[in-house]
Ligand binder design. Structure first.
Ligand SMILES: Nc1ncnc2c1ncn2[C@@H]1O[C@H](COP(=O)(O)OP(=O)(O)OP(=O)(O)O)[C@@H](O)[C@H]1O
Ligand SMILES: [Mg+2]
Length: 236
């Protein structure tokens, strides 16, 4: 079963002469547990694609199914709950809460949803693996860009989401930390059967993923899997 399916998705921003056709007839299936890189030049539609998959914006046409639910059919409230339970996000702008320290930023999604079940051991494990345990009492403005990015990654993983959507999660990290973070994401994806979609400009990183989805001018030009998914065909 595909965890994610897009059927003929189109996204147009703006009106009339200001129209931008950001995504054009995108059809795509992603299987549970797949780690896919999304690559393409600046402005090709990568962030738009992630935003639509995460239900942060609506497609102009087409349908998006996550775990067999068409997210466009959910009410705002249903979508908020569905997203919180199933999807983790790591954005280009870390979107951390400035008034919360590192630990509380990471615990925030749990506090929202399952306040009584904060898994302190898991939070500690994440913070240690990401090398920010020592910073747990600091506030976002006391951290470097790369440290903030790692806090955002910990926060996205804390609910063990079925699907993780990352927009350049290693963009601000040095190469050694990038390798560590990629290792952590891969281990997490294997351990919890998480599906990860990761936008990256780094071709070498993309090549370490199960699959590379390449977007050019709003269209998928290649999305082949390196290894055919179980029972699936090789096309996107
Ligand atoms: N809110 C918006 N309103 C109008 N146009 C938009 C909006 N967001 C994105 N666009 C346009 O849609 C196209 C795709 O943008 P998108 O942000 O998806 O690109 P991207 O591949 O993520 O680029 P980058 O690598 O620079 O982050 C671009 O032409 C952009 O200008
Ligand atoms: Mg982008």
């Amino acid at each position: 079963m595909s965890i994610l399916e897009l059927r003929h998705v189109e996204k147009i921003y703006g009106e009339r002469e200001n129209q931008v056709n950001a995504l054009k007839d995108i059809s795509l299936q992603v299987e549970e547990g797949e780690f896919a890189a999304i690559v393409g030049t600046s402005g090709s539609g990568k962030s738009t694609l992630l935003n639509l998959i995460g239900g942060l914006d609506n497609p102009t046409k087409g349908e998006i199914f996550v775990k067999n639910r068409e997210i466009g059919s959910l009410s705002r409230k249903e979508l908020t709950i569905f997203r919180r339970r199933n999807i983790g996000f790591v954005f280009q702008n870390y979107s951390l809460m400035p008034v919360l320290n590192v630990y509380d930023n990471v615990a925030l999604p749990v506090t929202f949803d399952r306040g009584k079940h904060i898994n302190r051991e898991y939070i500690e494990e994440l913070l240690r693996e990401l090398g920010i345990w020592e910073k747990r009492g600091k506030y976002p403005n006391e951290l470097s860009g790369g440290q903030q990015q790692r806090v955002a990654i910990a926060r996205a993983l804390v609910n063990k989401p079925h699907m993780l959507l990352c927009d350049e999660p290693t963009g601000n990290l040095d190469s050694a930390t990038t390798i560590e973070v990629m290792g952590l994401l891969k281990a997490s994806s294997r351990k919890y059967k998480q599906t990860i979609l990761m936008v990256t400009h780094n071709e070498a990183i993309a090549q370490t993923c199960d699959r590379v989805i390449r977007i050019e001018d709003g269209r998928i030009v290649t999305g082949k899997r390196r290894f055919p998914a179980k029972g699936g065909d090789d096309a996107c």
